[in-house]
Design a protein around this ligand. Sequence first.
Ligand SMILES: [Zn+2]
Length: 173
Amino acid sequence: MTDPLASAEIAAGSFHEAAHAVAAIELGMCEITVRIIPDRSMSGVQTDADISFACSALGNEPLWRTLQRRLTVMVAGPEWELFSAVQSSRRQVLREQRADRIAIVGVIRQLRNLCAMRGRTLRNCIEDAWNEAAHIRGLRNGQLVTIALALDASGSLTDSELRALFAQGTGPS
Ligand SMILES: [Zn+2]
């Protein structure tokens, strides 16, 4: 489609998932797959979606950074919803995105239990993950749109499909 308004007709869920996927590629995740599960129960908006990926340590980075990279990928979908004003607050977006919320809480628990992060240090680590997600969204907007369009058309994308789209994706910004 060459209609400039076409992207407005793409389900928000596709952009949400594309934001996760772009962050996952950017941050060195492997075995990434994304899938849109149609959920027409809520005013025709596709909200129920799924991403899976593997997160292994890069080089000799500390464990907290491995966990923070994972956290950034998990908040990237909600961050896109805030940016595009699909939702108005982190609290609201996380209330609606149950799978993301559970994953985010799980990573934060690991930061507490495995890295002994507490208080301001933990809050800063989480805040940095949201900021990193926003930075990647801005940096990789073309890839995000390209992947969202492909995902909306096909319903799911494999790791190799995602990387091919990422490599060619320098579309509208
Ligand atoms: Zn999500």
